[in-house]
Design a binder for this molecule. Structure first.
Ligand code: ADP
Ligand code: MG
Length: 462
């Protein structure tokens, strides 16, 4: 019928506009390397902030002692206690506690937020067993993973540029978050020194390096997306400090904010961006990350309902609610292996209150999920290819240099189709010859352990 043909035409058009042929991905990767150069050349030189992390040495495996970590980057935060065994000792002991941040504290005052965190940490420290006690005269040391854009001023200081991910606390912006935390620790009577301030990409890179010597890139694919990598200090014109002994510096790309005229952007993406909390910002993130993929699919389905009466004469009211279709639900539908697409049926019913869909229509829904996820995964792969190119790791080296990419985040961890597509696409872009030198490693909770490791390597008591 005419309705079906119209619906199919909408899907076809979406698919075409989302197209990511290899040649396009190469253009995107090249644009990424151009922006990387520009961001390294001068502060504000690019959409890519290319933030200097002050991490010029990654863990060696010789770190030793008891260290703490605090991971704040979303609605949950974690505190960790890690005992490092020194050379070949590995992680001898590890325990953690998790708590959620009450929504009221996400929009309250800086003191209220940091007091809450310090109190949880105080409780955790209070349970510390005798054997982990520090010797007299030695303070406990902590690595602080704080995953918001921070202009770092040293390994353990940095000012908050802006909040993201639903946080909005005006009096923290422009403040040194380590000073804020340290003051709160003092108020709560916790004896602890913040030895390192990092974000989740830097933590994941450090945690990844501890287990795999060839880790030099870290990528987060969760609610948002970001990447960090090891750069030659000589290749950072905007760095005016002394050259580190290692000759290296870890860079936090803040790649979620990448944009390029080569990116395949549809009318749906444009509308999503305009209606978002940060229009014009985080364009790469809005095409690739978990916060947005389900929402993109919802927007296409809504158009099909409105213009092709895909779900009958009425537009299902729930389908009009922004962000109602979340990425975990989308991935469950996409990966539905039942012959009658039972999961798709269930999700449409439970989330969108759409019932009695035909198998044919459920197949179209799966196809939409596939189109959006494939584009996202292939773009993320192009970003990785760009970093590999920038660091000369895209071509095989004599002596067989290996590159391990430490990956983390809920999207990468749970959305298998996305992950497979990403990894295959990197292989496609790199070519058979080089692709055996590139491997992916899921760094489960590497970011918290990574922060503890960096606290160890920046300890006062070395
Ligand atoms: P954050 O990025 O907030 O630190 P996570 O790394 O845990 O947290 O990522 C959470 C995100 O991962 C969710 O917002 C969601 O988009 C995505 N995600 C979680 N579970 C799944 C899943 N089963 N399928 C697809 N995406 C998922
Ligand atoms: Mg996280």
């Amino acid at each position: 019928s005419g309705r079906w043909a119209r619906a199919v035409a909408i899907v076809k058009e979406f698919e075409e506009k989302c197209g990511t042929p290899e040649a396009k991905l190469v253009q995107i990767a090249d644009a990424m390397t151009v922006e990387m150069h520009a961001g390294l050349a001068s502060e504000g030189g690019s959409k890519l902030k290319m933030l200097i992390s002050y991490v010029d040495n990654l863990p060696t495996g010789e770190e030793e002692g008891v260290f703490y970590a605090l991971d704040l980057g979303g609605t949950n935060f974690r505190v960790l206690r890690v005992q490092l065994g020194g050379k070949e000792g590995g992680i001898v002991h590890q325990e953690f506690a998790e708590a959620s941040i009450p929504p009221a504290l996400m929009c309250g005052t800086s003191d209220a937020l940091f007091d809450y965190i310090a109190e949880k940490l105080a409780n955790f420290v209070a349970e510390e067993e005798q054997i982990f006690h520090q010797p007299p005269g030695k303070q406990r040391e902590l690595g602080f993973t704080f995953s918001f854009p921070v202009m770092q001023t040293s390994i353990n200081s940095g000012t908050l540029m802006r909040w993201t991910k639903g946080f909005s606390i005006d009096d923290t912006v422009g403040q040194d978050v380590v000073v804020e935390l340290t003051k709160a620790l003092k108020r709560k009577g916790v004896e602890m020194r913040v030895a390192a301030l990092v974000n989740d990409t830097i933590g994941t890179l450090a945690g990844g390096r501890y287990t795999h010597n060839d880790v030099s890139i870290a990528v987060i694919l969760g609610t948002g997306t970001n990447a960090a990598y090891v750069e030659r200090a000589q290749a950072i014109p905007k760095w005016h400090g002394p050259l580190p002994k290692s000759g290296e510096m870890v860079i936090n790309m803040e790649w979620g904010n990448f944009r390029s005229s080569h990116l395949p952007i549809t009318d749906y993406d444009h509308a999503l961006d305009v209606e978002s909390l940060n229009p014009g910002e985080q364009i790469f993130e809005k095409l690739t990350s978990g916060m947005y993929l389900g929402e993109i699919v919802r927007r296409v389905l809504l158009r099909m309902a409105e213009e092709a009466f895909f779900f009958g004469d009425e537009v299902p009211p729930k389908l009009k609610i922004p962000f109602i279709l979340r990425t975990p639900e989308m991935s469950a539908m996409h990966q539905d292996t039942s012959s009658d697409l039972r999961v798709v049926d269930e999700k449409l019913k439970n989330i969108l209150e759409i019932s009695n869909t035909s198998l044919k229509k459920r197949r179209v829904v799966v196809e939409l999920c596939n189109i959006a996820a494939t584009r996202g995964a292939r773009l993320a792969a192009a970003g990785i290819f760009g970093v590999l190119k920038k660091t000369g790791r895209d071509i095989p080296k004599e002596g067989g240099e290996k590159t391990v990419i430490a990956m983390d985040g809920g999207l990468y961890e749970h959305y298998t189709e996305y992950r497979k597509c990403l990894e295959n696409t990197v292989g496609e872009l790199i070519g058979d010859e080089s692709s055996s030198a590139i491997t992916f490693e899921h760094s489960n909770d590497g970011s918290g352990i990574g922060a503890a490791l960096l606290a160890a390597s920046h300890s006062l008591y070395l």
